[in-house]
Design a protein around this ligand. Structure first.
Ligand SMILES: [Zn+2]
Ligand SMILES: [Zn+2]
Length: 213
């Protein structure tokens, strides 16, 4: 089985970690959360020489989903996720862009497929388990590759912090429950990538994250 390669492309004014993940053997992969700066994402894809097979969305916030339709159209691929509870967010993206005064091309998103807990997605021979983790956004999902001890958790958990819960549909207790019942069930050595800032490990956050200790 090929190695899983990961490359971060920072996008939007929110410095969101758009993430390219691909299997080194087959050179096929996915783009997680293309929030904007689609030209920059396409350049990174071309430079890496990978074949992108799908767009995966963790949740419907503008910095994660704003560029998804343009990238979908450019590459002719499907948008997979998040959970359908994020329909209200995904259908308001253009309105949000106007409110924020973003000059970026932002479009409302209609995914080709919704996700729910327990589904499996694949990159080459690498399987990722989907879990619905509401709290930061109602339809937030995370992707866990148990065999490699790797996860992408979007804006659920950060190095030393957790996702904000003051946006529409956010709820602090719901988020803490998602973190406890899903992410904290993973082993300490699991490395995770998140939507903003540096990666971390489950063990590191279990031991020192002020929101969890
Ligand atoms: Zn978010
Ligand atoms: Zn974000």
């Amino acid at each position: 089985m090929g190695k899983l390669n990961i490359q971060i492309v920072p996008v939007t004014a929110f410095q969101q970690n758009c993430t390219l993940i691909w299997d080194a053997d087959t050179n096929t992969g996915v783009v997680i959360d293309p929030g904007g700066d689609v030209g920059k994402i396409r350049k990174a894809i071309e430079d890496s020489g990978i074949k992108v097979e799908a767009i995966w969305l963790t949740h419907g916030h503008i910095d994660h989903a704003g560029g998804a339709m343009d990238l979908k159209d450019a590459l002719g691929i499907d948008i997979i996720g998040p959970h359908e509870a994020d329909i209200p967010l995904l259908s308001q993206l253009e309105k949000q862009a106007q409110m924020f005064g973003l000059d970026d091309e932002v479009r409302n998103v209609t995914p080709d497929r919704w996700l729910t807990s327990g589904e499996t997605l694949s990159i080459g021979e690498h399987d990722f388990t989907v879990s619905h983790c509401p709290g930061h956004a109602p339809g937030h999902v995370v992707f866990y590759n148990e065999a490699n001890g790797f996860a992408h958790v979007g804006d659920v958990l950060f190095a030393g912090s957790i996702g904000r819960t003051d946006l529409p549909g956010g709820d602090h207790e719901t988020l803490l429950n998602s973190i406890r019942t899903v992410l904290m069930e993973w082993p300490d050595e699991v490395q995770f990538m998140c939507g903003h800032g540096a990666p971390s490990t489950i063990g590191q956050e279990r031991a020192s994250n002020p929101f969890l200790t």
